[in-house]
Design a protein around this ligand. Structure first.
Ligand SMILES: C[S@@+](CC[C@H](N)C(=O)[O-])C[C@H]1O[C@@H](n2cnc3c(N)ncnc32)[C@H](O)[C@@H]1O
Length: 305
């Protein structure tokens, strides 16, 4: 198997989807398939699970899953294709859609993917290695203002401007950036070691930018609602506040139509299309003991009206 991923909120997400044995479900972030396998345990007969990922290695793992299981359908691609993928595969709408956002452990663990500041490798950071610009290509051409904006906006990196300027000096006076090690070397001269590695914030920011992660989440939520049947469940697990803020605001807006109150941060939609189900779910103490990565996970659940 191509690396292991410890699935977060494994049972909670499947309960939140309310899986019916002959329903049509979507795991839009297959990863290594932890959630998918759990959904399949509750499925029989005509039940269908469409699994999606933009990462080719994830799709290879998904292909293994289909060998013994007629209930699984697979699509390689990013969230912008979600609506089309669902309508083509289901010839209709879904009973539930799950998003477990962010990157998987195998993506971080493999040096050659370029996501890790702990392992030297090519400065890539693309989830989909079949297309798009790598982190190195972008860092070698963007001006310092653009780099600084990304580091601040997506990483809240306090030294964003100094780091951005040093990157530009390095590529102009030394050589174009090629490896994660070179980028870490530049950042280490500026940021001190604290509880977190000095490059944590910059790596997060560059990864979010390269994969257009926030834009993808922003655009896919309305598409997901359109692709759900009445009573269908939308379940979203986020790992950082930038993502969770988008999900929280969307759920609020789509569930509070007609209840306009000028103190609200955003105007509600004309007609409510969602009902929020329960409070946001966090990992249990037991899960946190086994998987520290679960600490930042927050799951929000809504039902289509
Ligand atoms: C946190 S992992 C999911 C782990 C999975 N639930 C499991 O149990 O193994 C997130 C996965 O979503 C994929 N992904 C993230 N953003 C995506 C997007 N915009 N479109 C498609 N796939 C995406 C990543 O490639 C990664 O494999």
């Amino acid at each position: 198997m191509k690396g292991l991923h410890e699935t977060v909120l494994l049972d909670e997400a499947v309960v939140a989807l309310g899986v019916k044995k002959d329903g049509h479900y979507v795991d839009a972030t297959f990863g290594r398939g932890g959630h998918s396998r759990n959904i399949l345990k509750h499925m029989e007969g005509n039940g269908k699970l469409l699994v999606i990922d933009r990462d080719l290695e994830a799709i290879e793992v998904a292909n293994e899953l289909t060998k013994n299981n007629d209930n699984v359908l697979i699509e390689h691609g990013a969230f912008e294709m979600l609506e089309q993928m669902i309508s083509e595969n289901f010839k209709g709408k879904a009973d539930g859609i799950l998003f477990d956002l962010g990157i998987s452990s195998p993506q971080i663990d493999q040096a050659e993917r370029g996501f890790s500041f702990n392992k030297d490798g090519p400065l890539d950071m693309r989830m989909d290695t079949s297309q798009g610009e790598t982190a190195a290509q972008w860092l070698n051409k963007a001006d310092w203002k653009e780099i600084s904006k990304v580091l601040w906006r997506y990483g809240e990196e306090k030294k964003a401007t100094i780091i951005a300027k040093e990157i530009v000096i390095y590529r102009e006076e030394v050589k174009p950036l090629e490896t994660t090690g070179e980028l870490v070397g530049i950042i280490e001269k500026i940021n001190r070691y604290s509880k977190k590695h000095p490059a944590t914030r910059s790596f997060q920011a560059i990864r979010i930018h390269i994969n257009r992660e926030l834009e993808q989440v922003e655009n896919v939520l309305p598409a997901a609602v359109k692709s759900l049947k009445k009573g269908g469940r939308l379940v979203v697990i986020s790992f950082h506040s930038l993502e969770d803020r988008i999900v929280k605001r969307f759920f609020k807006k789509q569930s509070t139509a007609g209840k306009y109150d000028k103190r609200m941060p955003i105007a509600p939609a004309d007609t409510a299309v969602l009902k929020i189900i329960g409070k946001p779910v966090k990992a249990s103490g037991k899960e946190l003991n086994n998987n520290p990565r679960a600490r930042s996970a927050i799951m929000r659940i809504a039902e289509k009206l």
